[in-house]
Write a protein that binds this ligand. Structure first.
Ligand code: NAP
Length: 229
């Protein structure tokens, strides 16, 4: 905790949707929030939500290194890697171009863990949490219909890399979470999704506040329920 007990969060990918919603929810609870964006419109929305604005493209190593430099000396109670993409509309592994595949798996699986590693020193020992926005679609055993096969494969890859990340943090006393936010009405989730951004992010903020200091790693949903990997 900081001297005035104000908790601090970094939300990566906070320009819109769930990342913006989480930044706003944490700020409304009194957290000191830093969020990242990639453009001016996102910066304006994030600043209006009460967060400090930083910039990063998680797929660009130079951009990640610049963010790490910019945050040098700051310590966060929560680093939440939310950024993600859906991938090509067709979602068909057979017709996807190499570029489509590379971009999807880089942004959704490899880059989140790379940036988490780059920021690991910025996470507070003891009560600190590193969280990754995953999806129930990343659960391999739950795949019985092949729905959006490329996206779900990228989240399954993320889940595997999150477990490797957790295994690699050695003596660091921090809690690592993969989080399923529910099916949420965002640009990615679509208008027919049952959950609002506000309801999902209230749940996620509750989970984070409850799990802090537990050192109990896991895959959980926005209600705190354990999910099968
Ligand atoms: N909505 C759902 O029902 C649902 C369900 C399960 C999991 N999720 C996951 O939740 C996360 C957020 O989804 P959402 O529904 O809020 O999607 P969204 O509205 O499309 O927002 C995606 C966010 O990720 C950022 N982003 C994408 N690529 C990035 C990159 N290379 N570097 C930095 N930021 C990048 C976007 O920034 P820009 O504005 O700059 O593009 C935006 O802030 C994703 O990981 C998604 O897979 C969503």
């Amino acid at each position: 905790m900081t001297l005035n007990n104000q908790r601090t969060a970094l939300v990566v990918g906070a320009s819109r949707g769930l990342g913006l919603g989480l930044a706003a929810e944490l700020a409304s609870r009194g957290w000191n929030v830093v969020g990242t964006v990639r453009d001016e419109a996102g910066a304006a929305r994030l600043a209006a939500a009460g967060a400090r604005v930083e910039r990063v493209d998680i797929a660009d190593p130079a951009s990640v290194a610049a963010l790490a430099r910019s945050l040098a000396g700051e310590i966060f109670d929560l680093v939440f890697i939310n950024a993600g993409i859906k991938g090509p509309e067709h979602q068909d592994a057979a017709q996807a171009s190499d570029d489509e595949i590379a971009t999807l798996f880089l942004v959704n699986a490899v880059a989140p863990v790379r940036i988490a590693r780059a920021l690991l020193d910025r996470v507070r020992d003891g009560i600190g949490i590193v969280a990754f926005m995953s999806s129930d679609l990343g659960n391999i055993a739950g795949n019985s219909d092949g729905y959006i096969e490329l996206y779900r494969a990228s989240k399954a890859a993320l889940n595997s890399l999150v477990r490797s990340f957790t295994a690699s943090i050695g003596g660091r006393r921090i809690t690592v979470l993969a989080v399923h936010p529910g099916w949420v009405r965002t640009d990615m989730g679509g208008a027919e999704a049952p959950l609002s951004v506000e309801a999902s992010c209230r749940g996620i903020a509750d989970v984070v506040e409850r799990r802090a200091g537990s050192l109990r790693h896991g895959f959980v949903d926005y209600r705190g329920r354990d999910m099968a990997w």
